[in-house]
Design a protein around this ligand. Structure first.
Ligand code: ATP
Length: 270
């Protein structure tokens, strides 16, 4: 059924503390999404409109979905997720209907955070003939914009979209009243990587030879998702060796393994 294409979670368990290295971005999300959900009257009283939609953009695996889930956790809201690609590919000819269903569901379940991942799949520039030439894709996007336009009194529903391909977006969706607040979610810096490794290794029994600073230096260029894989892989090496303590050598082996996989991916892609 169409409903199965949506991921619906009543108050997800992800919190801001689970997110490493995005302090500024967390503050921005709290101000633009959390505040209007918790205290809409405050915006009324000041005489400004809260952002209609917030767009998170940045490389894959940097924590965009986590940010949206953490807002829903903090506001005790229902988290409703749908990928742009699913809107147009999964149920051919039903994209616009699905968008309507999404907003209906959000209204039933408010407070709700409506998260549309891969928004580029329905909102690419018209020059990209492969996707946006498709009338179905256009209709789906028009429906989304019209749902947002007709949403002055939207109550306790927040709309967050995400993309890894900001450059491809049709600028029309960034106009006032649409996704009028942009938050860039970058790959983590040294401090961020250290924090993300700490978060993911927090349940591990680590040997004394582990230096977080060194791990952070070694993993320059890694995304949060890649750092999470690194920690899991390191744990796997300890398991294979029938140890419960994870050592620096496990992290090194994990690093080499991920590095090899990365090379393979690049080779197959070209
Ligand atoms: P995509 O663009 O591929 O959808 P995303 O930016 O939405 O990615 P998430 O789904 O939030 O990325 O992250 C994927 C996983 O990577 C998370 O479940 C988490 O384990 C880890 N991760 C990513 N970023 C962070 C971070 N900043 N702090 C802690 N963990 C992170």
């Amino acid at each position: 059924s169409r409903a199965q294409a949506m991921e619906v979670t009543q108050r997800p368990s992800v919190t801001y503390e689970d997110i490493g290295g995005l302090n500024e971005e967390i503050l921005e999300v709290r101000e633009t999404v959390e505040e209007p959900l918790l205290d809409p009257d405050q915006f009324d009283a000041v005489g400004i409109d809260p952002p209609s939609g917030v767009l998170l953009h940045g490389p894959p695996g940097t924590g965009k979905t986590m940010l949206a889930k953490a807002v829903a956790n903090q506001t005790e809201a229902t988290f409703i997720k749908m990928a742009g690609s699913e809107l147009v590919q999964k149920f051919i000819g039903e994209g616009a209907r699905l968008v309507r269903d999404l907003f209906e569901l959000a209204a039933e379940r408010e407070p709700a955070v409506l998260f549309i991942d891969e928004i580029d799949a329905i909102a690419a520039k018209r020059t990209d003939s492969k996707t946006s030439g498709d009338a179905e894709v256009q209709r789906t996007m028009m429906q989304l914009l019209s749902e947002m336009d007709g949403f002055d009194d939207r109550g306790e529903i927040s709309i967050i979209a995400a993309t890894n391909r900001f450059d491809m977006l049709d600028r029309a969706i960034l106009r006032p009243g649409r996704f009028d607040r942009l938050i860039e979610v970058p790959k983590p810096d040294q401090e961020g990587r250290k924090r993300i490794i700490e978060i993911h290794a927090s349940e591990m029994d680590l040997s004394d030879d582990i230096e977080y600073d060194e791990l952070a230096t070694m993993t320059e260029g890694f995304s949060g998702a890649q750092l999470s894989s690194l920690v899991t892989e390191a744990g796997m090496f300890a398991v294979r060796d029938e140890r419960t303590t994870v050592r620096a050598e496990d992290f090194e082996a994990a690093y080499d393994k991920l590095d090899d996989e990365e090379d393979t991916t690049v080779r197959t892609a070209t």
